[in-house]
Design a protein around this ligand. Structure first.
Ligand SMILES: [Zn+2]
Length: 119
């Protein structure tokens, strides 16, 4: 993740409190004191600094963001595995159909001349 993205997406001057009231960063208490993102409603942390030239801001709780991303990745993996199994089952079905319906209809002399490709 780039610094730039972090500055535009992860740092905000405003957040909501538990009551849904919009709080300005300079009116907020430092830390995880029940602040939530106005956009996505996940928990935010107030980062207050007394260092000159450094901005105070609200940032998304890194652990929450990571947890959500982790869960999304897990769900995507499960979907991919399920799709793969469905595909394999369909392949099995296709092979079965081939043996039951198509092979018996091909005359034996033609079958013997068939060239089987190397897989
Ligand atoms: Zn958000």
């Amino acid at each position: 993740m780039s610094e730039r993205k972090g500055n535009t997406e992860e740092q905000n001057e405003f957040a909501e409190n538990v009551k849904g009231e919009v709080i300005y960063i300079l009116d907020a208490e430092s830390g995880r004191k029940g602040y939530f993102c106005i956009g996505c409603k996940t928990q935010m942390q107030a980062v207050r600094t007394k260092i000159k030239g450094r901005k105070s801001y609200f940032r998304h709780d890194a652990t929450d963001v990571k947890k959500i991303r982790g869960n999304v990745l897990l769900v995507m993996k499960i979907i991919a595995i399920v799709k793969l199994f469905q595909y394999l089952t369909e392949l099995e079905e296709l092979k079965y159909q081939l043996f039951i319906n198509i092979l018996p209809k091909i005359p034996t002399e033609k079958l013997l001349k068939l060239e089987i490709p190397n897989l």
